[in-house]
Unconditional design. Structure first.
Length: 48
């Protein structure tokens, strides 16, 4: 997680999305390391 005090915001890095969340659950090949993940089309989430 990246926390920016200047913007009072945070964002998840691509590494964190891949390794620590289920946001790419619709991309099993990416999770298995067989292909490059598509970070433009993650699963929709309602809570973090």
């Amino acid at each position: 997680m990246h926390f920016d005090l200047g913007l009072i915001d945070f964002r998840l890095t691509k590494t964190a999305v891949l390794g620590k969340t289920n946001l790419l659950a619709n991309q099993p090949d990416a999770l298995a390391g067989k292909t490059k993940p598509d970070f433009n089309h993650p699963e929709k989430i309602n809570t973090l």
